[in-house]
Every structure is written in structure tokens, then in C-alpha cells.
Ligand binder design. Structure first.
Ligand code: FAD
Length: 470
């Protein structure tokens, strides 16, 4: 390890996992002067021929951008992304309707996962106090001594020591295993019944086959397909569906029938041959939701990113939340003068409830994306929320705006959203009731006139009727 930092009394920080969050975090710690070493189990993706991993592209938004800004690469990454200003809803009949994400000028960015990861590794590597170790898989570590055991590139076990271990090794974190052995560690792991599979829409006549500045959605109630644009003018489509439905499709004909029934407009875009080839190439991937707390052990180890809070991808916040973890930790480091014994518990206290709130919202948004976007009430509420936000920009802020375009704490955003919902629903009730009462009053006052008749006249008419009947 680099001993220069030891000489200037800077502590040694080991980052386990050189994925998106780990690679970013390395720069955050390096900027502070710590002696940073990344240990990544895969080979260096900057040299790899095939990059294995999850989704090809991701939606980057405000929180993630703020973190990139901190290490000086926001502009570069933004220039390599494609802005998506609105959702584009594809109906069964092929009709396309946009639903904007926010105000004019607000957008999320489709970025290439592998490219972002490569850039982050290069930025981290440029610090003289950072060292990158690829093909190093963490096997175990000791909270008491800070000793870590890795499976090294030569197949042998290697031991390293650090003052702080930062577990950024993803949803199935090996760092977290040590936490599970400790008392009072809460942990839950849930696989949702849905899986995902990726398909590609190639360019058409050298250009995008659909409008590029949108996140395209085919919502079909119990399942959905989405498509994000890539710089090479392709779209990556992701089909999210219950595993039991994936399993029902076993032949090319069944697949074609399924697409003709549910996504007919996408068939000519993907191409029948490519659809058949790509759909059966790999099995659908599982989606896991992990929550845990605390995020730290003593003053020696802390979890960030998916290792602490893997969430389902339906709010496009997993990476953004992981990137924001790095900002929050950094802010707390300022507050507590880099004293790990104070920083780590404070980080758990501040951040765990926020990540938990975001993970729950991500589950909620799955229903919204695949089902609610079809409903008139949803469209009406989006319109109403946006109008109220325009009139009272500080009082009513749409939930999506708070999550995606601000750094409002996730939990605070949920609390504010619940309050707004109450106020707007009450407002709608009062408005509805007043409209009915008002309409009834106007009808009575100005509606067709009833013939005026006195009680005596009425009695006389009854007597006359009786006399006639006799
Ligand atoms: P990972 O990206 O999983 O990286 C972990 C790293 O640790 C890997 O490089 C791995 O090789 C390494 N590692 C693992 N074990 C060890 C070990 N024992 N020793 C050493 N190294 C190890 N988020 C968004 O914000 N926007 C989106 O649009 C979005 N879309 C998504 C779509 C899909 C289909 C999925 C599945 C997720 C999506 N996400 C999105 C979530 C996002 O991918 C994750 O939140 C993000 O990758 C988390 O980064 P991470 O670095 O914490 O973990």
C-alpha cells in the first residue's frame, strides 16, 4: 500500500468495489488526502473486451450530477449523455403521448454505465495518493484489526490493512457479511416477483428509430417495457415482467404472439430476428431490494451504495442515491473533523432513513410506471400538481421534482409529498362539494319556475278530485 499518507499521518482507506459508487468514492477520499486503495474483484473494465454487468445505460439526475461536480467531471459526463425531458407513453394502438418530467428545461440524462465507470476509475487513478487493485476479491475482514483477506490475481490469498474499510461492493456485498455476524444489525433482502431482460432498437437510416429525448414506456399494468437512448443512436429496451410470465414464453412463435399483443409498435423497431435472438440469449435477471442498518461497524467500516441499500430500479435513483451517499459522508466528515468514531454513527443516523425512504418510493413507482400512467386521474393530478407548483413554487413541489431535480432529503420529500397529497385531496373535496352546492343553488334560483300554489288552493284541488272520482 501507499505509505506516503502514513508519513503525513493521513489514514489508509480501503474501498472494496470499483463499481460506480466505489470508483467515485475513491476520489472523494483522495481529495481529502487519505491514502486510498480500491480493491475490485473484476478485471479493469477499461481494458476488458466484454464488460459484464447490469443495465447498459442509466438515468443520471441532480443528486448524481452534484457528486460528479464535486470531483470535477459533471460537464464531461453530461456532454456524453442524452437528455430525456419527458416520458413517452406508448399505447397499445401505437399512439405516443409525452408526460414531462418537470418544468421546461428540466431533464434526466441517459448515460452509458460502462463509460461512466471507466471515467470514474480514471479520475480516481489520477490522484497520486490512490492505488487501484483489480482482480482482488474480498473474502473476509476483521472489525478488530482492520485486516482484509483477498483472493488475488495469482489465485493466492493476500492480506491488507486499513484504518477505514468502505464497502461499495454492491447488492451482494462481501463486506456486509461481517455485519451479519454482529448483534443488533437489521437486514432484509427481498426479491420482487419481476425480472428484467434487455433488447436493442438499432438506428434507422443512420438516425434514432424513435424520438431520442424521451424515456419511452410501454405500460401494460402488470408488466412494462422501457427504452433509453444511447449515443450510438440505438435504444436499450428493458422488459420488466413477472418471472412466471417470462417462463410461459418458450418458443419464437409464443414470443412474437406476445409482442404482437402487447408491444406491436416495437416489433418493426427491434426487428423480428433480433427480437428472437436477444430474448432467448440470456435468462431474465432478478431484482433485489436490500435494506440494512446500521451502515457502520465501530469506527472501522462503513457501507455505501448498493451494499447498503440496493433498490429496485423504477425511480432511476439507485446510482444517484449511492452517489449522494458520498456527498453526505463528505459533509459529515467536514462537520466532525474527519474523526471516524463520530462520523460513522452520524452517517448511519442521517443517511439510513433517507435511503430506506427512497427504496420504498422505488417500489411505489413501479406500480405508477406500469399502471397509473395509463389512468386519467394520474394525468389530471400531474397537471394539477404542476399548475400548483407553478403558482406556489415553494409550497407545492411534485414528488418527482423533489426526488429527481433537488437534493431535498429523501425522507423529507416523502413527508412533504404526503402533506401535499392531503392538502390537494382536501382541496379537491371542498372544491367538488362547493361546486355541487353552488350548482344546486343556481338551479333553484334560476332554473325553470315551479307554479306557485297556496295550501288552500291545494286542498280545494284534492276535494275536487275526490268529488270527480265519486
Ligand atoms: P455495483 O454497481 O454493483 O458495483 C459493485 C462493485 O463491487 C462491482 O464492480 C463488483 O465487481 C465489485 N465487487 C463485488 N463483490 C466484490 C468483492 N467481494 N471484492 C471486491 N469487489 C467486489 N440507478 C440509477 O440511478 N438510475 C438508473 O436509471 C438505474 N437503472 C438501473 C437499471 C437496472 C436494470 C438495474 C438493475 C439497476 C439500475 N440502477 C439505476 C441502479 C444502479 O445500477 C445501482 O444502484 C448502482 O450500480 C450501484 O452502484 P454500486 O457501485 O453501489 O454497486
Amino acid at each position: 500500500m501507499d505509505h506516503s499518507a502514513k508519513k503525513n499521518n493521513k489514514k489508509r482507506v480501503a474501498i472494496v468495489g470499483g463499481g460506480l459508487v466505489g470508483a467515485l468514492n475513491a476520489s472523494f477520499f483522495a481529495k481529502r488526502g487519505f491514502a486510498v486503495t480500491i480493491f475490485e474483484s473484476r478485471e479493469d473494465i477499461r481494458c476488458a473486451k466484454v464488460v459484464k454487468g447490469r443495465s447498459i445505460n442509466l438515468a443520471l439526475s441532480h443528486r448524481g450530477r452534484q457528486a460528479l461536480k464535486h470531483i470535477g467531471i459533471e460537464e464531461k459526463i453530461v456532454s456524453m449523455g442524452i437528455p430525456m425531458h419527458a416520458r413517452m407513453i406508448h399505447s397499445l394502438n401505437g399512439k405516443q403521448s409525452p408526460i414531462p418530467y418537470g418544468k421546461k428545461g428540466q431533464y434526466i440524462l441517459s448515460v452509458d454505465r460502462a463509460n461512466l465507470n471507466k471515467e470514474l476509475l480514471s479520475v480516481a487513478e489520477a490522484y497520486p495518493n490512490t492505488k487501484l487493485n483489480f482482480n482482488h476479491k474480498l473474502l473476509d475482514w476483521s472489525p478488530e484489526t482492520g485486516a482484509m483477506t483477498f483472493h488475488g490475481p495469482d489465485g493466492n490469498e493476500k492480506e491488507f490493512h486499513a484504518d477505514l474499510i468502505v464497502g461499495c461492493d454492491g447488492a451482494f456485498s462481501a463486506t456486509r457479511k461481517q455485519f451479519l455476524r454482529r448483534s443488533r444489525f437489521n437486514y432484509s433482502q427481498t426479491y420482487i416477483p419481476h425480472g428484467y431482460l434487455e433488447l436493442t432498437i438499432p438506428p434507422r437510416n443512420g438516425d434514432f428509430a424513435m424520438k431520442p429525448n424521451f424515456l419511452h414506456i410501454w405500460p401494460r399494468h402488470t408488466f412494462m417495457m422501457i427504452a433509453l437512448p444511447n449515443l450510438d443512436k440505438t435504444f436499450t429496451c428493458t422488459l420488466f415482467m413477472p418471472f412466471e410470465d417470462f417462463e410461459k414464453i418458450t418458443t419464437g412463435n409464443e414470443l412474437l404472439g406476445f409482442f404482437q399483443k402487447n408491444f406491436p409498435d416495437s416489433i418493426p423497431l427491434i426487428g423480428v430476428d433480433a427480437l428472437m435472438r436477444d430474448f432467448f440469449r440470456l435468462p431474465a435477471q432478478a431484482l433485489v431490494w436490500v435494506t440494512c442498518s446500521p451502515y457502520h461497524v465501530l469506527d472501522s467500516c462503513v457501507l455505501m451504495g448498493d451494499a447498503a441499500h440496493a433498490m429496485v430500479p423504477f425511480y432511476g435513483q439507485g446510482m444517484n442515491a449511492g452517489f449522494e451517499d458520498c456527498i453526505v459522508f463528505n459533509e459529515i466528515m467536514d462537520q466532525f473533523n474527519e474523526d471516524f468514531a463520530a462520523v460513522l454513527p452520524e452517517y448511519t443516523r442521517v443517511r439510513a432513513p433517507d435511503d430506506q425512504a427512497m427504496a420504498e418510493l422505488a417500489m411505489y413507482n413501479y406500480v405508477e410506471m406500469r399502471s397509473h400512467v395509463n389512468s386519467r386521474y394520474f394525468l389530471f393530478r400531474k397537471f394539477l400538481d404542476n399548475t400548483l407548483h407553478f403558482v406556489m413554487p415553494k409550497t407545492i413541489i411534485p414528488l418527482y421534482t423533489m426526488i429527481t431535480f433537488t437534493r431535498t432529503r429523501y425522507r423529507q420529500a416523502v413527508i412533504q409529498w404526503q402533506w401535499q397529497n392531503k392538502v390537494i385531496t382536501h382541496g379537491l373535496w371542498i372544491f367538488g362539494t362547493m361546486s355541487i352546492v353552488g350548482a344546486a343553488y343556481l338551479l333553484l334560483k334560476y332554473g325553470p319556475k315551479k307554479p306557485h300554489i297556496t295550501a288552500e288552493q291545494l286542498w280545494n284541488r284534492v276535494l275536487a278530485l275526490k268529488w270527480l272520482q265519486n
